[in-house]
Design a binder for this molecule. Structure first.
Ligand code: ATP
Ligand code: LTN
Length: 332
């Protein structure tokens, strides 16, 4: 028995401002598990150019996400924080995995179908093989676990399939990764349309709570979130908008469902929403203060990323050599 820690990896795209969906669905687990696992937490800048980006904004947002990670509680002394494009091994493995990815499986990916249908300019080959790059991110580190929201489940299945396929074709090489998904926050829904995922790229800015929204805006968005006209404070699948708000409440307070149902039973939604608005705004106020301090120290952030690039390359180098050898690339 060794006490070597297992490896955890996850990335977030710098494709927009981060929402409480990103936080509750994914980032909260990075923070919770940072002592237990050997963690690699990245910024998926390569993925983000599958939809058009403005270069200067992309650069700025990549640094901002790192500051957000730190302000939410990731400890750079424990966790390797890195930018995806700083470690070329992701792309080296991506190419190899492309050679065993099937067109049929890629064309069934719901995120691909959804994003491709949104605009003509999105009809690019990178969007099609986006899940193969995500698999490369994961397999290059031999990650055991990957905390994500439920929307990434199909991509996770592909990563597992590719690991198994490579192992059976070329001999045992990759760990088959498992997702870590929080049951109650696996899919935080839009505040305007509870059938839709809260997403950082939603055109309706009132649909999402951004981590860096001004506090009065956060309060307003929660108070005006859609609910229903049943006027019955309950947690069920007929009242999905309210259910979503209760899930957010539970995640921010750590209280259990029975407690919350007892507290608001028989009261109007208004009181619950006002309390929720205060809870989220107070929590994010703390976070925003830390963020403002961290983002102003660019030198420190860049040093963390330089260290991160080095540590991430150190982690993937040997495995990539092994993969290139197994595939048959001549090594001198
Ligand atoms: P985009 O709108 O650009 O597709 P996104 O908001 O879906 O972005 P990603 O960068 O794709 O964000 O996701 C980062 C992580 O956050 C992923 O693990 C994803 O599953 C998770 N996540 C995103 N939105 C939600 C949500 N509404 N609920 C729970 N988890 C989420
Ligand atoms: N596709 C993911 C972002 C992502 C990712 C990863 C997540 C890129 N590479 C590796 C986990 C592991 C998304 O959130 N849309």
């Amino acid at each position: 028995m060794t006490d070597k820690k297992k490896t955890l990896l996850s990335l977030v795209q710098p494709s927009g401002d981060l929402t409480i969906g990103n936080y509750l669905g994914a980032i909260k687990n990075f923070i919770k598990l940072q002592d237990e696992y050997d963690c690699y937490i990245g910024v998926a800048d390569l993925h983000s150019i599958t939809v058009p980006q403005v270069a200067a904004e992309l650069r700025k947002r990549s640094r901002e996400i790192v500051a957000i990670y730190l302000a939410l509680g990731l400890d750079p002394d424990k966790v390797t924080i890195f930018i995806q494009s700083h470690n070329p091994d992701h792309l080296k493995l991506y190419w190899v995995l492309n050679s065993i990815s099937y067109m049929g499986q890629l064309s069934r990916m719901t995120q691909f179908k959804d994003k491709q249908s949104r605009a003509d300019e999105n009809n690019n080959a990178a969007l099609f093989t986006y899940p193969t790059l995500m698999a490369a991110d994961i397999l290059a580190y031999n990650a055991d676990v990957v905390p994500v929201g439920i929307d990434q489940q199909q991509h996770m299945e592909l990563a597992r399939d590719l690991a198994i396929r490579f192992n059976s074709r070329y001999s045992e090489t990759f760990t088959v990764p498992e997702s870590i998904i929080n049951e109650s926050t696996r899919k935080i829904m839009s505040l305007r349309n509870p059938e839709k995922k809260m997403s950082k790229s939603d055109e309706d800015k009132n649909a999402s709570i951004f981590l860096l929204d001004p506090l009065n805006v956060i309060r307003k968005k929660i108070k005006s979130a859609v609910t229903d006209s049943l006027n019955n404070f309950d947690y069920n699948d007929e009242q999905i908008a309210l259910k979503n708000l209760i899930d957010i409440y539970l995640a921010f307070t750590g209280e259990d469902l029975d407690q919350v149902l007892a507290k608001y039973k028989g009261k109007g939604y208004g009181e619950f929403k006002a309390d929720l608005a205060d809870i989220v705004a107070n929590d994010l106020e703390n976070f925003q203060n830390k963020y403002n301090e961290i983002i102003s120290d660019k030198e420190r952030l860049d040093q963390i990323l330089k260290d991160g690039a080095e540590k991430s390359q150190r982690k993937t180098r040997n495995l990539l050599d092994k993969v290139y050898r197994k595939v048959g690339f001549l090594q001198l």
